[in-house]
Design a protein around this ligand. Structure first.
Ligand SMILES: Nc1nc2c([nH]c(=O)n2[C@H]2C[C@H](O)[C@@H](COP(=O)(O)OP(=O)(O)OP(=O)(O)O)O2)c(=O)[nH]1
Length: 132
């Protein structure tokens, strides 16, 4: 039976209404695909704390995770992912991509131009149709 992994991902928006998009590196699982940064929820951790920890670890980012935006279960070849995308505010600091190949900010209307990790598609679609 495939393992189910619970993953949290941050939807971070800047003052120009652009969304942070992160390119997974060639050495990561699901390589060279775009995602919302985050990672696996650890045992006993709530989703908000897990996301705040992951963004600190992955890019020295200090965020406040505010509300769940989209939840999606997707079956990959080797595992099942429960992806929880959470709206988050960047509190301070510059984001340093320690694990990702690239970080970019994109307007909602341009999000569809990237090759997203398959599990992220529902969150991307919800963002594209969201009223701001
Ligand atoms: N962080 C993140 N992972 C995603 C997204 N979409 C998606 O399919 N994934 C997948 C990629 C990975 O297989 C898994 C998350 O694992 P990870 O490698 O980023 O997380 P982690 O740092 O906690 O894991 P680990 O490598 O330390 O074990 O979820 C997304 O939007 N954000």
């Amino acid at each position: 039976m495939k393992k189910t992994v619970k993953v949290v991902a941050a939807i971070i928006e800047n003052e120009k209404n652009e969304i942070l998009c992160a390119l997974r590196s060639p050495s990561m699982s699901i390589p060279n695909m775009w995602e919302f940064p985050g990672g696996k929820v650890e045992e006993g951790e709530d989703v908000y704390s897990a996301l705040e920890r992951e963004i600190d670890e992955e890019m020295n980012g200090n965020i406040t995770a505010t509300e769940v935006f989209n939840q999606n279960i997707h079956e990959y070849e080797n595992f099942i992912i429960e992806l929880i995308a959470i709206k988050s505010n960047l509190v301070e600091g510059t984001l340093v991509p320690k694990e990702h190949s690239k970080l970019i900010w994109l307007k909602r209307e341009n999000l569809a131009s990237l090759q997203w990790a398959p599990a992220d598609i529902p969150a991307v679609e919800q963002l594209i149709t969201e009223k701001v």
